[in-house]
Ligand binder design. Structure first.
Ligand SMILES: *Cc1c(COP(=O)(O)O)cnc(C)c1O
Length: 368
């Protein structure tokens, strides 16, 4: 095994010099956290970049989602999908709400909106759909159904930073959207996250919830948490934001190379561009149908690992099959999600992945 390992992702970083220049002023003020100047600057820059009306920063995406759900003071059932990261389902359950799992569609792996309405009961209070891999949900149809049944819509947009729908930012849909700025995401603040929204009351509400529910020096109005983004995280974000468009363009070139090699191969399904949607090329999922392709996903995973290439079974397992939810939910309710989760691999994808490496990865996959 002579070749350098190729990992599934590699975090985007500014040069060390750029970062040091950005953090230097922190030594003048000794203002390390609690919504300091870097925090305020990043918030403004992101509102501008994402084209949203309101945005609150958080220390990570999960706490952003958990506290955003708390802000709506919901009770009862929340319709979501199990084809996601642990965070989505956990955020619902940790708010004492009951997740109801809707299946995904086999084209872009987001919520199957044709199955959504049949899951609505008088207990349903909200929908938490997930924009997966940089693909957008059918936001128009979700909005129509939510309006008709008077439901809140909170998107898990952890994968959707920089994505646009007919020129409109991904954070402009539903009542709120959560973005993750984790090291492995398209745009990172080391750890970090944000909630975007248009209703003005959410600004103060989210601000208070991420700061223990403190209203002022002598008043604590709510049982909040601590989920403030610190100044060093914000400084990393300010640097990375300068380069994110270039990074997305490089990701696009990697994805196009993968598509040129794998699209149309019998037994491999790869995603195409969604009509009207400007993607961020966050992930490149390939779904292997063993009955046609001749090899299982796990065999491909192993074959790549033997050549020092590390893909990821993502999302697998489904959240409704986790040990912590055993006996509570059933994967039988979401057969498409179950089918895909058993067969999907996200292939290595990051801005600086050489196209020659993409070719090597495809050669291993296609070797009979
Ligand atoms: C990354 C991710 C999260 C959680 O974000 P963190 O910033 O890691 O807390 C939530 N949902 C999805 C779909 C994710 O990929």
């Amino acid at each position: 095994m002579s070749k350098e390992p190729i990992l599934v992702t590699r975090s985007s970083m500014p040069t060390m010099e750029e970062f040091i220049k950005e953090i230097e002023p922190i030594w003048d003020t000794a203002w390390l956290t609690n919504m300091g100047p870097k925090h305020q600057q990043l918030e403004k820059e992101l509102i501008d970049y994402m084209g949203v009306e309101g945005l609150q920063l958080f220390t990570n995406g999960h706490m952003a989602l958990e506290l955003c759900i708390q802000a709506f003071k919901l009770q009862g059932e929340v319709i979501t999908t199990p084809f996601t990261f642990a965070s989505t389902t956990h955020a619902i359950v940790r708010n004492n709400l009951t997740p109801v799992f809707c299946d995904i569609n086999p084209q872009d792996y987001t919520m199957d909106v044709t199955k959504l309405e049949s899951l609505i009961t008088e207990k349903t209070c909200a929908i938490v759909p997930v924009h997966v891999y940089g693909n957008m949900c059918n936001v128009a149809e979700i909005e129509r159904i939510a309006k008709k049944h008077n439901l809140k819509v909170i998107y898990d947009a952890a994968h959707a930073f920089g994505v646009k729908v007919n020129g409109v930012g991904a954070g402009c849909f539903g009542d709120a959207s959560m973005f993750s700025f984790h090291a492995t995401k398209v745009f990172n603040t080391i750890e970090g996250g944000a909630v975007t929204f248009s209703q003005p009351w959410l600004k103060k509400e989210l601000y208070n919830l991420k700061n223990f529910g403190i209203v002022d020096a002598e008043h604590v109005g709510e049982v909040g948490g601590n989920a403030k983004m610190n100044e060093f995280q914000a400084a990393m974000g300010i640097c990375n934001l300068r380069h994110v468009d270039t990074e997305i363009a490089k990701r696009k070139a990697v994805v196009e190379r993968y598509r040129s090699r794998l699209q149309g191969v019998a037994g491999i399904a790869v995603t195409s561009e969604q009509a009207g949607i400007q993607s961020n090329y966050a992930y490149f999922p390939a779904v292997f149908d063993e009955t046609v392709f001749g090899k299982t996903r796990d065999e491909i995973f192993e074959a790549l690992a033997e050549e020092n290439v590390f893909a990821r079974k993502y999302f697998y397992p489904l959240t409704n099959s986790y040990d912590c939810y055993k006996g509570t939910y059933s994967v039988e309710d979401t057969p498409v999600a179950q089918w895909v989760a058993k067969r999907v691999l996200t292939l290595p994808l990051f801005a600086d992945l050489p196209l020659a490496d993409v070719d090597r990865i495809c050669d291993i996959i296609l070797k009979k």
